[in-house]
Write a protein that binds this ligand. Structure first.
Ligand code: SF4
Length: 177
């Protein structure tokens, strides 16, 4: 789930959530590979939701949500709306989340044809006609491009949002709030 509405932890630390839609996990792995930097951040942030890193879940809403992956199913579309509702700031990370990713190649083909060619029971596959970026579905506060995202830029975005300042790198989203 995107995290139930509630209060942030009473220790006053900002909360971070990391979500995955249709993606290869590479951008999340970039974050996980920032071990030293994450340790430095550890005293300044609480991980509210990050299934790739921990089973612990804190109640939302979260101060910052990082979203990896594109929207390719009706369930993804619903989930990204839930994520937006549970997040003060939402940052789309990587080419999948900001542009639809390699899976957006299907946008130029007939998905029904692909389904019939690949699956024994195509009628059981729930897939939208296209793969779309997060910003096609909800307001995005910042878009970080790359495949995968650059480690230094990712840390800058996380640090900046948690500190309440604008990241010192180009923003490809429609606006910054
Ligand atoms: Fe993987 Fe690239 Fe998508 Fe990141 S942008 S999740 S590395 S395919």
């Amino acid at each position: 789930t995107a995290g139930a509405a509630g209060t942030t932890p009473r220790d006053g630390l900002p909360t971070l959530a990391v979500y995955k839609l249709a993606s290869c996990d590479g951008c999340q792995l970039t974050l996980l590979n920032c071990e030293d930097e994450l340790l430095a951040l550890a005293g300044q942030v609480r991980i509210g939701y990050f299934p790739e890193a921990t089973r612990a879940v804190l109640p939302g809403p979260y101060d910052l949500a990082l979203v990896e992956g594109s929207v390719t199913t009706a369930a993804d579309a619903e989930r990204v709306r839930e994520i937006r509702a549970a997040s003060r700031h939402l940052v789309a990370i990587g080419a999948c989340a900001t542009a639809g990713g390699i899976q957006a190649l299907r946008n130029f083909a007939d998905v029904a044809e692909f389904r019939a060619a690949v699956y024994a029971r195509p009628e059981q596959i729930d897939a939208l006609a296209g793969s779309t970026p997060v910003s096609d579905h909800v307001k995005v506060d910042f878009e970080l491009r790359g495949c995968p995202v650059d480690r230094g830029q990712l840390l800058e975005v996380v640090t900046a949002f948690l500190a309440g300042r604008k990241p010192g790198i180009p923003d490809h989203s429609v606006c910054f709030a």
